[in-house]
Design a protein around this ligand. Structure first.
Ligand code: PLP
Length: 464
């Protein structure tokens, strides 16, 4: 590997001012901790994890400017200075007319699904996301996957695997009628496809189709900065544009968006819902006070709002996002070099192990990705997350397991937290496991929650 190539694997574009010690417990202790956690990495204690790649959500390291901003929290119940600053920042970066703050992304999803869905309607989207689909279904909608077929093929290395297949939406319109569609959901990037981006051309195409039929489009902006990097790197005509210019153009094709600020906002908490429509805004304002708080804080403290406003601005810096994407690619390259099956190309926030090819001796109903994540933790204290049949849950109508084509373990990289050497520790452990892959054992549920089961479910080994 060309480890010293700084174009391919750039150094961190920041210095470290404050550090947090890491803790490594013994293998016996990890085995016990995993058994007690019911073979679910969500149930582990943070102190028992060495390198924590459970998620990139809210696990980011804030900058000196963000910490300084937190001292400027105006904790007024209404009309906080920090809200005025955050609202201005969001309008400047995303270009929407109205903004509603929320405590995190799912708060925005709750409000949007409540105001924009009538029972019996359909929401076509580029692959489901767990909490997003939950809110859509809770409000009586059926989610229909319209991501291009290639997104379901883990080993296929093509750009913009997160694109919507416009013909799939046309088919839904033909069969059900445009008025049956609540709105089109377009996620940038597509988390469960491996953090795969959507091209600007695809966003234009979806806009044209939506305009033709009078349908609204709402984005899930959660990882939009990562998406913008891929557009700049790989789409013709964007190499000389700034990340900020690209983000603004992306959202010019949307009627609104939900946002989990815990990812590309580079903070630990926060989110928002934004839109152009005055009437929908009025309705959203009525709901936000019920579930989140005043329309001038929506579940965030003043200091949270200051930190996220600064975080959005820092995320527009090219060197920041270039380093982030390329550090993740480094981990992917190390695994590919050793023949470990992963989702290709490597996306914007994580490397996804392809548990189908990693554990061909296990059936999907034996939860191979869940078991692989448990084994990785036991091997090295690296915490990852299942993104396969357990996360997909059950069909609300039939009660059967959804069986997603992608059965994966997500190694999610927090922003500005770990070094290349940490990536080496992770790669070495995964490669070691791959050499002994037959030892990864089948699991069965001992506790299965009805909703969003992956968060708190418990399992035991099914072969003893
Ligand atoms: C694509 C996507 N959408 C929505 C959400 C929900 O955001 P939050 O965790 O802030 O509620 C997440 C979080 O993991 C996500 O990855």
């Amino acid at each position: 590997m060309d480890y010293m190539n700084l174009d391919k694997y750039p150094a961190k574009p920041f210095k470290i001012k404050s550090v947090e010690p890491m803790n490594m417990i013994s293998r016996e202790e990890r085995e016990k901790a995993m058994e007690e956690a019911g073979y679910n990495t969500f149930n582990l204690k943070s102190r028992d994890c060495y390198i924590d790649l459970l998620t990139d959500s809210g696990t980011n390291a804030m900058s000196d400017k963000q910490w300084a901003g937190m001292m400027m929290g105006d904790e007024a119940y209404a009309g906080s200075e920090n809200w005025i600053y955050l609202e201005k920042t969001i309008k400047d970066i995303f270009g929407f007319k109205h903004v509603i703050p929320t405590h995190q992304g799912r708060g925005a999803e709750n409000i949007l699904s409540t105001i924009a869905i009538k029972p019996g309607q359909i929401v076509p989207g580029n692959m489901y996301f767990t909490t997003t689909r939950y809110h859509q279904e809770k409000n009586g909608a059926t989610f229909m996957d319209v991501v291009r077929d290639e997104a379901h093929d883990a080993g296929l290395n093509i750009p913009f695997k997160g694109n919507i297949d416009v013909s799939k939406i046309e088919k839904i319109i033909e069969e059900h009628g445009a008025d049956k569609i609540a709105y089109i959901q377009l996620a940038v990037t597509v988390n469960l496809a491996g953090g795969q981006p959507v091209s600007m051309q695809n966003m234009r195409d979806v806009r044209a189709l939506a305009d033709k039929h009078g349908i609204k489009i709402f984005y899930d902006a959660t990882r939009c900065v990562e998406n913008a990097f891929f557009i700049k790197e790989q789409e013709e005509g964007y190499a000389d544009k700034t990340i900020k210019e690209i983000v603004l153009e992306m959202f010019s094709y949307a009627d609104g968006t939900t946002m989990s600020g815990k990812k590309d906002g580079i903070v630990n908490m926060g989110g928002f819902l934004a839109m152009n429509d005055d009437d929908l805004f009025g309705e959203a304002k009525e709901i936000v006070v019920v579930y989140e708080g005043m329309p001038s804080y929506g579940g965030m403290t003043g200091r949270d709002m200051q930190a996220i406003a600064i975080g959005f601005q820092e995320a527009m810096q090219y060197e920041y996002i270039e380093h982030r994407i390329k550090q993740i690619r480094y981990l992917g390259d190390r695994l590919l070099e050793a023949g470990v099956p992963i989702i290709e190309p490597v996306g914007g926030h994580a490397v996804f192990l392809d548990a189908r090819r990693f554990c061909p001796h296990l059936d999907q109903e034996q939860y191979p990705a869940q078991s692989l994540a448990a084994s990785l933790y036991i091997d090295s204290g690296v915490r990852s997350m299942e993104r396969g049949i357990v996360s997909a849950g059950r069909d609300v109508k039939t009660g059967e397991n959804h069986r997603p084509a992608l059965e994966t373990v997500r190694l999610t990289i927090p922003r500005r937290v770990y070094t290349y050497k940490h990536m080496d520790v992770v790669a070495d452990s995964v490669i070691n496991l791959f050499k002994h892959k037959e030892d990864i054992r089948p699991l069965e549920f001992v506790y299965e929650p009805k909703q969003l089961r992956f968060f708190t479910a418990k399992f035991k080994y099914a072969d003893k």
